[in-house]
Design a protein around this ligand. Structure first.
Ligand code: ADP
Length: 161
């Protein structure tokens, strides 16, 4: 069984993330989206909120699981029996960072490979950070995030502001 881990902050999950995930789910037998629990201090949503919103957004995919983890991604990948780390690429600006991360992971554990998928052009500019900016400035984020994310953010607007 070919298992891939798709790690990230997903703060919050966007349609760009879901596009990468959808393609990954067609390639691998199982994809585990794993919310990294190491940057909690500066985060917008809590890890459990992010996990719940991803769960709601991916419920139609039968071979996708959602989890969170602490520590190194490769240790988590080993724990769940994944040989692949899945990451998304948007623009050249992602490349440098993603290459370093992938090479660092490869130096730590050469049997776990990172595979990159490129998003559809219409999702190319979407980042969690841009979504937060638009939302906090009262812009319409409905084209960029799953409905449940937009609803959750609207319901919690006072706290998030
Ligand atoms: P991180 O904080 O680890 O970069 P993110 O949640 O921002 O986590 O992103 C997780 C992964 O998804 C990264 O590989 C990132 O490049 C990718 N990604 C984010 N947004 C998009 C998008 N719109 N299209 C394709 N890939 C994306």
């Amino acid at each position: 069984m070919k298992i891939a881990v798709y790690p990230g902050s997903f703060d919050p999950v966007t349609k760009g993330h879901i596009d990468i995930l959808k393609n990954g789910a067609e390639i691998f037998d199982k994809v585990i989206i794993a919310v990294a629990n190491n940057s909690e201090k500066n985060s917008f949503l809590t890890v459990s909120e992010r996990v719940e919103l991803i769960r709601e957004s991916v419920k139609e995919f039968e071979n996708v699981e959602v989890d969170s983890f602490d520590g190194l991604t490769i240790e988590y990948a080993k724990k769940v029996g994944a040989k692949v780390i899945l990451r998304g690429l948007r623009a050249v600006s992602d490349f440098e960072y993603e290459m370093q991360l992938s090479q660092a992971n490869s130096a730590l554990s050469s049997d776990i490979k990172t595979i990159f998928l490129i998003t559809k052009p219409k999702y190319n500019f979407i980042s969690s950070r841009t979504i937060k900016e638009i939302f906090l400035n009262n812009g319409d984020i409905s084209k960029f995030v799953p409905d449940c994310v937009r609803e959750f953010l609207m319901q919690n607007k006072e706290r998030l502001n």
